[in-house]
Design a protein around this ligand. Structure first.
Ligand SMILES: [Zn+2]
Length: 97
């Protein structure tokens, strides 16, 4: 699991499952926030620009791959990423939502 944050203001942008190769951020791999994960029902042309909610910095542009999966093409230098190591087993009392 990977988390990305704005490189300008360090605001949380998104958490997603992936390999860590971040050229493309596929919408269907986004776990949080819901406001981004919900975009998966949109088409490429309806997808808004990915901007930081805190400082308005532009982070990614809508695109899609050959199979039609929608994604954001991330702008180099606009974000930082960090891997999250899953150290704990999920508790039945914890909800991810
Ligand atoms: Zn920002």
């Amino acid at each position: 699991m990977i988390e990305i944050q704005c490189s300008e203001c360090k605001a949380f942008i998104a958490r997603y499952t992936g390999s860590g190769k971040l050229g493309l951020l596929f919408i269907d791999t986004i776990i949080k926030p819901d406001s981004l994960a919900d975009l998966n029902s949109l088409s490429k042309t309806e997808l808004p620009l990915l901007v930081c909610q805190e400082c308005g910095c532009e982070l990614g542009k809508p695109t899609s791959n050959k199979e039609g999966r929608i994604a954001y093409k991330m702008i180099k230098g606009s974000f930082r990423k960090k891997g999250i190591i899953k150290a704990m087993t999920p508790s039945p009392h914890t909800s991810w939502r």
